[in-house]
Design a protein around this ligand. Structure first.
Ligand code: CP3
Length: 344
């Protein structure tokens, strides 16, 4: 621990510098597909792990040690900063985040408080500091984006179509903007705190933004994302923006002050570059392929790498998170393959 020379391949790729091989990490790389995680979960609830720096650091390190990935991502959830702003949130196994007091009116929006991360979430800073002593790869901090957070806040839990969320956005544009402004401040304050504590890059998860059309994104979402990434730029650490099913938004994202765009399998890396994207790209293997025979997975990975490696500024990842049915040995083999295949 800590004795290995520091591996900065991931940070170099974020900055579009030359790298000795393609760096790789996996969204949701810590979680239930790991027997060791399931064992720890028998003892602690999700938030008990999150709130306990020793255990949280251990869970964060698990995939780095087990898979050999080039970055760690802080173990937490996009819901973590919502508790202190007054949201009654629980993570229900098999269901996902459930909100006891969903947002229905402008009074509900006004009720949300600002966060003071040092006071409200001291365990996050403590975990990050601990990890920086232990890790020999960069530590990624993260937060949810305002649209994706508001989808849980308004729907009350997971959704397939986001009718209530978008209905609120269309029906109450001023209240929607007030909600976006509040959540943007939470995201900025929370990520700035993570960076001050030692996070070396940050990813903003906008998992459900693909449900919004391009014109509506411009009108209702883009100013908020512009504000967030402008504020984060001042910290100097690389920033990553992830959305799923969001290929139609790439031309807009290209103008945001963010360093890396994380894309899914619905658009090829070379097709994204052909749109004129100059930023670094991250992605985009369909996580379902983890269940396919190795030969199939290898072929898919090769095709992605051939496109990704064609120019500097590429990080291998999945197009969405690892899921509980994935298996460790397949991810180990994939990680090794990515390194071996791309070594110069
Ligand atoms: O990547 C990592 O290893 C860091 C940990 C991480 C978690 N959630 C841990 C977690 C990260 C980066 C997240 C982000 C997150 N959480 C997102 C954005 C990424 C994505 O997948 O779109 C979203 C939408 C959430 C909301 C959320 N929290 C979901 C959909 C779930 C899964 C629900 C389920 O039961 O399948 C959670 C719970 C959660 N977050 C778990 C983990 C490991 C499972 C909790 C458990 O142990 O039961």
């Amino acid at each position: 621990m800590g004795q290995k020379p520091f591996n900065d391949t991931f940070l170099k790729a974020c900055r579009r510098e030359e790298v000795p091989y393609t760096p790789v990490w996996y969204m949701r790389q810590a979680g239930r597909y790991q027997p060791e995680y399931r064992e720890i979960r028998k003892q602690y609830s999700f938030f008990e792990i999150n709130d306990n720096p020793e255990v949280c650091a251990k869970v964060t390190r698990l995939p780095v040690e087990q898979l050999g990935v080039d970055a760690a991502i802080l173990f937490a959830d996009i819901m973590t900063p919502l508790k202190p702003i007054g949201v009654d949130v629980d993570i229900v196994p098999g269901k996902g985040p459930m909100i006891g007091n969903p947002i229905r009116t402008v009074a509900d929006v006004n009720r949300l408080r600002a966060i003071a991360p040092q006071r409200d979430l001291p365990f996050i800073g403590d975990t990050i500091q601990l990890l920086r002593e232990q890790l020999s790869v960069p530590l990624i901090g993260f937060a949810g984006a305002p649209f994706t957070l508001s989808s849980y806040l308004i729907e009350g839990g997971p959704s397939k179509d986001y009718h209530k969320t978008k209905g609120f956005m269309y029906a109450y544009p001023e209240e929607w903007q007030a909600l976006m402004d509040k959540l943007a401040d939470v995201t900025i304050d929370y990520l700035t705190y993570q960076i001050a504590s030692g996070a070396q890059a940050v990813q903003v998860f906008d998992s459900w933004i693909g449900s919004v059309g391009a014109d509506d994104y411009e009108a209702y979402i883009a100013p908020t994302m512009e504000k967030i990434f402008t504020a984060l730029k001042a910290t100097g650490v690389p920033t990553i923006y992830f959305g799923s099913g969001a290929a139609h938004l790439l031309p807009i994202w290209n103008h945001l002050p963010v360093d890396v765009l994380s894309i899914d399998w619905r658009i090829d890396i070379q097709a994204a570059r052909a749109l004129g994207i100059e930023k670094a790209l991250q992605g985009n293997l369909d996580p379902s392929t983890l269940l396919a025979p190795w030969e199939f997975l290898e072929k898919k990975a090769k095709a992605i790498l051939d496109q990704g490696m064609a120019q500097p500024g590429y990080i291998f990842n999945l197009g969405h998170g690892v899921f509980p049915e994935a298996n460790v040995s397949q991810l180990q083999r994939l990680t090794k393959f990515i390194h071996d295949y791309t070594k110069k």
